[in-house]
Design a protein around this ligand. Structure first.
Ligand code: DGL
Length: 271
């Protein structure tokens, strides 16, 4: 089967990365809309048009399902895409429910883009699951730029995190929700602010499980071993075709960039 996965940029690689761990023997097409990144600070009508472009491209590649590996795009466009296309469309939303379920008397912090925080989808979700009003929200738009420019430890990034986290009290949180797929690249740095028992939750596994269910893909035996399936560029390419806003990724330098990002994501699984 052919599975299309798209995001405004490289955040969606974290979803693909999870898919590598869980799904064997299928073909992936990954589309990063890097000409239009970021989505999370733009108007919903503009984002909807970008999303339609990404989906149309993937449909032309003959995909059997599309994963919107972007919370922002999902909150704005998942309903329309489902109406307009005949194949399964899998969206993402911040993993607020498991975070609230995990928490006893402490709080939950959801980080996302300004658009995701503003849209009705997240508000409805919080109203539904946050019975005791324990969820706080924090916009982190700049993290998208830091991820896109592969800045994972710069002084500017650290200063930004300090400013943002000074708006909350990290010790009050038992869960930190990655409400944007780009935020998965910085888990080691969040740990410098949050106590060791604060869990970091992303929606990637839930999304991939749902995709597998939709496509009738069985769980693999020994899947839980977390074995990494790619160790070199050629293996990575064996299962996936990568596109940046419609242009195939072929140059060695670009492939090395993707490999570095996958390695970073693998590293982040420890935090
Ligand atoms: N990665 C996207 C998300 O999950 C959005 C990043 C952006 O383009 O602003 O929300």
């Amino acid at each position: 089967m052919k599975i299309g996965i798209f995001d405004s940029g490289i955040g969606g690689l974290s979803v693909l990365h999870e898919a590598y761990h869980r799904i064997k023997g299928q073909e992936f097409i990954f589309y990063a809309d890097t000409d239009h990144v970021p989505y999370g600070t733009k108007e919903p009508e503009v984002i909807l048009e970008y999303v339609r472009g990404c989906a149309a491209f993937l449909m032309k590649q003959g995909v059997d399902a599309i994963v919107i590996a972007c919370n922002t795009a999902t909150s704005v466009a998942v309903r329309q895409l489902r109406q307009e296309l005949e194949i399964p469309i899998i969206g993402m939303e911040p993993a607020v429910k498991p975070a609230v379920e995990h928490t006893d008397d402490k709080r939950v912090l959801v980080m996302a883009t300004p658009v995701t925080l503003r849209e009705a989808k997240l508000k409805t979700l919080i109203e539904r699951v946050d019975e005791h009003h324990r969820v706080d929200l924090l916009a982190m738009p700049e993290l998208v730029r830091f991820a896109e420019s592969e800045q994972f430890g710069s002084a500017e990034l650290k200063a930004y995190l300090e400013t943002q986290f000074s708006k909350v009290h990290p010790e009050e949180y038992s869960a930190l929700v990655m409400g944007c797929t780009h935020f998965n690249y910085f888990k080691d740095l969040y740990r410098e602010f949050f106590p060791a028992d604060t869990i970091f939750i992303d929606g990637n596994l839930g999304t991939i499980r749902y995709l597998m269910k939709q496509l009738g893909l069985p769980r693999e035996e020994g899947e839980e071993e977390e074995e990494i399936r790619f160790t070199a560029t050629d293996q990575l390419l064996e299962h996936t075709t990568y596109f940046m806003s419609g242009r195939p990724v072929q140059a060695e330098e670009e492939l090395q960039h993707l490999l570095r990002l996958h390695n970073r994501l693998e590293e982040m699984r420890k935090f």
